[in-house]
Structure formats: structure tokens, C-alpha cells
Design a protein around this ligand. Structure first.
Ligand SMILES: Cc1cc2nc3c(=O)[nH]c(=O)nc-3n(C[C@H](O)[C@H](O)[C@H](O)COP(=O)(O)OP(=O)(O)OC[C@H]3O[C@@H](n4cnc5c(N)ncnc54)[C@H](O)[C@@H]3O)c2cc1C
Length: 364
């Protein structure tokens, strides 16, 4: 069984690793070069750990150093630093925070025997059918045939458009800066997300003591540091959160300019009714791009990879009915992904609300 994976992000690499372990001959096509920067931090929850088990990666995943330490308390602070809510500890099984470079390194190691064609953008020419292979085209004009194509080509998936399934993207109304401090930083033994008025700040200690932070602000679409008169995104984030408590400002200050990322946040306008057509399956953000408000985008994509792996593993030996298998994949995955997409959006709306009288909620 020949499988092509479009996209070497978290979900594409996870799908490749799982499907190869289920016996497929897998190749990955990634348009970026291998050395492309993987981004800041990421939180994965127990559903990701369950997916790792299905992918055959659990043992290695459990050995991967992660934050935060078991003693770290969960806290939600107000912009002045006072604690609004606090929970005893992060010591919940399966809740893990990683630098994205570490997670990517782990997935690349899991794919070490799989050919990865870096710097190669491919597109679907034919999605195939019961008696017809799927066909991919490369920029040099070459074509290749596949029993199954997994398109994990991200938020702006061209494959989703090719399959005629694209409902379009909707801007959520807020933008996010992210960074990882250059050196270990103090978080007063806490991790969590703080809600201000149209602003949020998140603090996530990593395994090596450095801290992944994110800073979210309600803004019109398409603003950048340049268009708003700042020399860098670090300066823009520092200005936006200048009135926040000292630790939040120190985390931004302790991060290199080049390490501060900014992204406007988008989600699919409506959830997809199916994640496949013919022999092509959508997975990850290509299938269910959601806002990061529940920290479930990658987790839900890992579940897609696990579902494809489980379906292939349980398929009868020999001539696999790929079109039937993908029908089951769509039926399995679309309801939960739709729920998460809607719930993330709802959480984002609630979290970004303007709270001019936030101080009134301070305990006496
Ligand atoms: C601010 C922010 C914070 C987040 N925090 C979390 C979190 O804490 N937890 C969580 O679970 N999720 C989080 N997410 C969501 C998560 O980052 C994404 O859901 C996840 O990275 C999607 O992975 P993917 O592999 O589907 O897509 P991507 O990572 O976008 O990968 C797609 C890949 O496909 C490649 N590609 C595209 N087109 C082609 C082509 N034609 N040919 C070859 N290659 C192609 C791209 O170069 C890219 O490498 C967050 C997102 C944001 C924006």
C-alpha cells in the first residue's frame, strides 16, 4: 500500500509515522526546507497521549522531557498580577508542554526510515476512486500514483480547495504573539492563562526552565508591527502589554526579537461534513482549522493520524478498500472535530470580551 503525505507539520509527520508502522510504504512531501523554524511552544492534552499510543509512539513520547513540573500550580491572574483563580497542580497525567522544536525532533525521529522530500510542493491532480489511484503532481511536472493521499497541508490547505470542500476561513477578531524566553525564567511556581479586557496572557514553563508565553489581543485583521509603527513584533507585544504585571512584561523582555512570532487567528467558517473524497483524506488544520483557545488544534490532528492508523491496521490483509476506509474515517472524525471547532470559537469569544470592570470581581 503506497501512501503519500502532503505536509511535514505535526500532523503530517504523525500520520506518516503511524501509517508506516501499520505496514504502508509512506513518503512525505514538505514544501519548506528541513531547517525551517518550528515555532514557539505547544500544550498537548491526554487525547494526544492516547493518539500517540495508537500511532505506536507512546514509549518514546513518555520519555520526551516536558513541562511543567508536577509542583507547578495553575493560576489565572488579573492584569495587575493578583490571582483570580488557582488550582493545586499540573500533575494531571497526559498534560504536557513542549517547545515545538522538541516535538518536531521527536516526530522526525519517529519518521527516520520514511523518505521526506523537503522543499517539494505537491498538488493533487486526481483524487482517485475505487478502481483508480490518486495522482500527485510536483513542480517539475512529474506525476506519481498513490493508493492513499493524506493531505495535512495546514490552515490554507490547497487540497481542501481542490476537493471542492473549502468553506473559507474566518478571522476570529484577535491576534497572538508567541515566544520562548532565552533563558530559564521565574513564573512564581505557576502556569496558566490570564484574562484581561480584550487581552490574554499565557505562561507555560517548559522542561528546561525556559518559558513559553503567548499574548492575545483583539485587533482588526492584518495589522503587523510594521504597519503599526513598531520596529519589531517584540516591541508591539511589549507595548500592548505595557500595563500588565511585571512577570508578564519580563517574559516578553527576556525573549529575542527574532523569536517573537505573531499570527492573526482564523478558523474554518463552518465545520466540514466529510474529511475525504476518493482516495484523499484531509487531516489536521486542513480538515478542521480551529482557533487555539482550547489548545486542541494539534491534539485533534493527532487523533486524525491515530484514526487513519487504526483503520489501516484493522483492514483485512491484501487489497485494502481505501475509499471505504476513508468513509469510515470521515464518519469517525467529523463529529468531534466539529464540536471542538465550535467550542474553541466560543471560548475565544468569552476570553476576549472587554471587561472594563474586571477589578470588581476581586475577592474582598
Ligand atoms: C497561536 C497558536 C497557538 C496554538 N497552540 C496550540 C496548543 O497549545 N495545542 C494544540 O494542540 N494546538 C495549538 N495550536 C494549533 C496547532 O499549532 C495546529 O493545529 C497544528 O500545528 C496543525 O498542524 P498541521 O500539521 O495540521 O498543519 P501545519 O503545522 O500548518 O503543517 C502543514 C504543513 O504542510 C506544508 N504544506 C502546505 N502545502 C503544501 C504543499 N502543497 N506541498 C507540500 N507541503 C505543503 C506546510 O509547509 C506545513 O509544513 C496553536 C495555533 C496557534 C496559531
Amino acid at each position: 500500500m503506497k501512501v503519500a503525505v502532503i505536509g511535514g507539520g505535526i500532523v503530517g509527520l504523525a500520520a506518516a509515522a503511524g501509517l508506516a508502522r501499520a505496514g504502508a510504504a509512506v513518503e512525505v512531501f514538505e514544501r519548506s526546507p528541513r531547517e525551517a523554524a518550528p515555532g514557539a511552544g505547544i500544550s498537548l492534552f491526554p487525547n494526544s497521549r492516547k493518539a500517540m499510543k495508537e500511532l505506536g509512539l507512546l514509549e518514546a513520547y513518555d520519555r520526551l522531557p516536558h513541562g511543567p513540573a508536577a509542583s507547578t500550580r495553575t493560576a489565572m491572574r488579573r492584569p495587575d498580577g493578583s490571582i483570580a483563580l488557582s488550582f493545586p497542580s499540573w500533575a494531571r497525567p497526559g498534560v504536557r508542554m513542549f517547545h515545538r522544536a522538541a516535538l518536531r525532533g521527536f516526530l522526525l525521529e519517529a519518521c527516520r526510515s520514511i523518505p521526506i522530500h523537503w522543499g517539494t510542493s505537491v498538488r493533487v491532480l486526481d483524487d482517485g476512486g475505487a478502481d483508480r489511484a490518486a495522482v500527485l503532481a510536483a513542480p517539475d511536472g512529474s506525476r506519481s500514483s498513490w493508493d492513499l493521499v493524506v493531505a495535512a497541508d495546514g490552515l490554507r490547505s490547497a487540497t481542501r480547495g481542490f476537493l471542492g470542500m473549502d468553506p473559507g476561513l474566518r478571522y476570529a477578531g484577535y491576534t497572538a504573539w508567541r515566544g520562548v524566553t532565552n533563558a530559564p525564567a521565574d513564573t512564581a511556581g505557576t502556569a496558566g492563562e490570564d484574562w484581561g479586557s480584550g487581552q490574554r496572557f499565557g505562561t507555560v514553563p517548559l522542561a528546561d526552565g525556559r518559558v513559553y508565553w503567548f499574548a492575545v489581543a483583539s485587533r482588526p485583521e492584518g495589522h503587523s508591527a510594521g504597519s503599526t509603527g513598531f520596529a519589531s513584533e517584540k516591541d508591539a507585544a511589549a507595548h500592548e502589554f505595557a500595563a500588565w504585571y511585571p512577570q508578564a512584561r519580563a517574559l516578553i523582555a527576556g525573549t529575542s526579537e527574532s523569536e517573537v512570532l505573531r499570527h492573526d487567528l482564523y478558523h474554518l467558517a463552518t465545520p466540514l461534513q466529510a474529511f475525504h473524497r476518493g482516495r484523499v483524506a484531509l487531516a489536521g488544520d486542513a480538515a478542521h482549522a480551529m482557533t487555539p483557545d482550547l489548545g486542541q488544534g494539534a491534539g485533534c490532528g493527532l487523533e486524525d493520524a491515530a484514526a487513519l492508523t487504526a483503520l489501516l491496521r484493522s483492514a483485512p490483509e491484501g487489497d485494502v478498500d481505501v475509499v471505504g476506509l476513508l468513509g469510515r474515517y470521515s464518519r469517525l472524525r467529523t463529529p468531534k472535530a466539529a464540536r471542538l471547532l465550535r467550542a474553541s470559537r466560543l471560548m475565544g469569544r468569552l476570553a476576549q470580551r472587554r471587561r472594563p470592570r474586571w477589578d470588581r470581581f476581586r475577592p474582598a
